[in-house]
Design a protein. Structure first.
Ligand SMILES: NC(=O)c1ccc[n+]([C@@H]2O[C@H](COP(=O)([O-])OP(=O)(O)OC[C@H]3O[C@@H](n4cnc5c(N)ncnc54)[C@H](OP(=O)(O)O)[C@@H]3O)[C@@H](O)[C@H]2O)c1
Length: 163
């Protein structure tokens, strides 16, 4: 493949990508575009892990808007309290709360489950959203000392050990 035809193929891919983005933006602007309408979900309980930020936050807020009892599982108390406050304020749903859960620690997960069970409420929806994205890359946790991944470990981001 010549350099010119490779460049032409790459340009075509970018053009299609740009067209899709423009079409999506236009679709949002067109009259008649409506978000899907879901029925109210009163008396339903949802757990959203990582509900303090990004997709998890948006999910927790939407479920709260539907009237669900939403429990945000997260490992940052300050940030979670702020998220809970904002969601309550914006959805007028008081049944939004935070339970500490560091998903990088099995002990913390077990404690989270125990605390949830103590509430004696059912669970209808579990959104396993939390994860370390490249944006939230962390230093290795002491709770994964046995990690011996030969490459960068996706769970604890331990870099490749020197040979
Ligand atoms: N955004 C994308 O383009 C994309 C694409 C594909 C898949 N995903 C997946 O979608 C999910 C959400 O993505 P996002 O972009 O919304 O991520 P985000 O904005 O970084 O949010 C991640 C959430 O997970 C929490 N979290 C991270 N590690 C945790 C741990 N050990 N224990 C408890 N909570 C923890 C974070 O809490 P703190 O910030 O308080 O630490 C945060 O609330 C992730 O699973 C991601 O892999 C995202």
């Amino acid at each position: 493949m010549s350099l010119l035809s490779a460049a032409r193929a790459a340009l075509r891919v970018y053009a299609v990508g740009a067209a899709v983005v423009v079409a999506q933006l236009l679709r949002r602007r067109l009259p008649g575009f409506a978000e899907p309408v879901f029925p109210r979900q009163l008396e339903r309980v949802a757990i959203v892990t990582g509900g303090t930020d990004g997709i998890g936050y948006a999910t927790a807020k939407h479920l709260a808007k539907l009237g669900m009892h939403v429990i945000i599982g997260g490992n940052n108390k300050g940030k979670a309290e702020e998220a809970v406050r904002k969601i309550k304020e914006e959805t007028l749903n008081d049944k939004v709360e935070f339970l500490y859960c560091d998903l990088a620690s099995m002990r913390s997960i077990q404690q989270f489950v125990q605390r949830f069970k103590m509430k004696k409420i059912p669970l209808h929806v579990l959104v396993n959203n939390a994860a370390a994205t490249r944006r939230t890359r962390r230093t290795p946790r002491a709770s994964w000392p046995w990690c011996s991944s030969p490459t960068t470990c996706r769970r604890c981001w331990r870099p490749r050990a020197a040979p």
